[in-house]
Design a protein around this ligand. Structure first.
Ligand SMILES: [Zn+2]
Length: 398
């Protein structure tokens, strides 16, 4: 059986980290005596690792454990979640005997931060398109100039990220070398930016947590049979059938971990799905999957036996199908917002990233431009309106 003490001890030993606040270790490595010596930071820096070596992840783990039924929590409370500075930019679950660990590498967080900057800039571009550009303006030259300016704001950072990726892949480290990958646009508060980065981390951790719960790690965990059945039931209710996807066994496990992660982050397992929890799960999952695909270049992957992860397109399809079904019955917000609209916006962002990737890998592909994207989004928002109207007539599925 997993023991929290053993898990905590082993994680620190294996990774050669002192048992203390991860950020204290980082500041020590950087020689930041100014921060280390500041009295008001002492409480934070001297915080003692319990279920994580990072105070923020400790809270995330508590929240995720609250999101699963009481009978599953004993195992969850024994898992240790550790941040690590070195290693591949990803998250992973490891288990052996008494040790159950979720590891989150800083490269992943760094990539999540970059992608949130990209998304914020894309969001600003879409918003500007909708509010500031007067498409009825007779002066085409002005419209063209305005659009070019907007396009630069939204597209350029994505292009830069695509170029920098080669460096990340070469040395396994993700670092936002370019200024445009670090700057948060004025329209987004630092608070909301960091909250979104945390939502991306939460999805990654929930996915690894799900591997532990579903018994994908190598120990005997009898309850996992029951948890798997519960997942089957929920997925059937939500109308998602994984057997309709062309994937191998290992890839099915990944899709199941994604699915359980979404049931956790959305609050579905405890009947606590709300608009905020759905919006947060959507951002965390869709941008999180994009980050992973970008780092590992797994946009398109076959189901050959040696491929352990399904490609981005498949993971994205399963995630959006579940998220859509969970938010279908939600009322339209006061300002006309609905999770469907947000999902469409996220998929516009994903399409842009995919488009840039295709452009750099396929000579025959002509890149999208902002007008193409704008008209796609306008069409999509009309469709969503239509869909929402139809929904009002359909009884809710549970
Ligand atoms: Zn996985």
């Amino acid at each position: 059986m997993i023991s929290l003490e053993q898990s905590r001890k082993s994680f620190h030993e294996v990774r050669g980290l002192p048992v203390q606040n991860f950020w204290k270790t980082v500041f020590q490595a950087q020689g930041r005596d100014d921060i280390l010596g500041t009295p008001k930071f002492q409480n934070y820096l001297n915080w003692t690792p319990n279920r994580s070596n990072c105070p923020e992840l400790e809270v995330l783990m508590e929240d995720l454990t609250e999101s699963i039924p009481e009978e599953w929590r004993a195992r969850g409370r024994r898992i240790f979640t550790g941040r690590n500075l070195r290693g591949e930019a990803n998250a992973e679950a490891w288990q052996s005997g008494e040790i159950g660990v979720i590891e989150l590498n800083y490269g992943f967080t760094s990539a999540a931060m970059i992608y949130m900057v990209l998304y914020s800039k894309y969001f600003e571009m879409i918003h500007t398109l909708g509010t500031e550009v007067d498409f009825s303006d007779d002066d085409e030259e002005i419209i063209r100039m305005v659009l070019e300016e907007i396009e630069k704001g939204g597209f350029e950072p994505i292009l830069i990220a695509e170029e920098e990726r080669k460096t990340w892949t070469a040395n396994g480290r993700v670092f936002p070398a370019h200024r445009l990958l670090r700057e948060i646009p004025d329209s987004r508060s630092e608070e909301s930016y960091h909250e979104s980065v945390r939502a991306i981390e939460e999805f990654a951790i929930a996915h690894e947590y799900a591997h532990h719960l579903l018994g994908h790690t190598n120990d005997e965990y009898p309850r996992s049979r029951y948890i798997n059945r519960k997942l089957d039931t929920e997925m059937a209710k939500l109308g998602v059938d994984l057997s309709s996807y062309d994937v191998n066994e290992a890839q099915v496990d990944e899709l199941r971990a994604d699915s359980l992660a979404l049931l956790m982050t959305s609050g579905r397992l405890m009947d606590q799905v709300s608009a905020p929890s759905i919006y947060r799960s959507m951002a965390g999952a869709i941008i999180g999957l994009t980050v992973l695909a970008h780092i590992n270049e797994t946009w398109v992957v076959s189901n050959a036996p040696d491929e352990t992860h399904p490609d981005f397109i498949t993971r994205y399809e399963v995630a959006t199908a579940l998220l859509k079904e969970m938010s279908r019955s939600m009322p339209i917000g006061q300002e006309g917002g609905h999770p469907f609209g947000f999902l469409a916006q996220l998929s516009g962002f994903v399409s842009l990233i995919l488009d840039r990737w295709l452009t750099s890998h396929d000579d025959g592909h002509s890149p999208a431009n902002i007008l193409g994207l704008a008209s796609w989004l306008f069409e999509r928002s009309a469709e969503i309106h239509e869909e929402l109207n139809q929904l009002k007539a359909v009884p809710e599925r549970k």
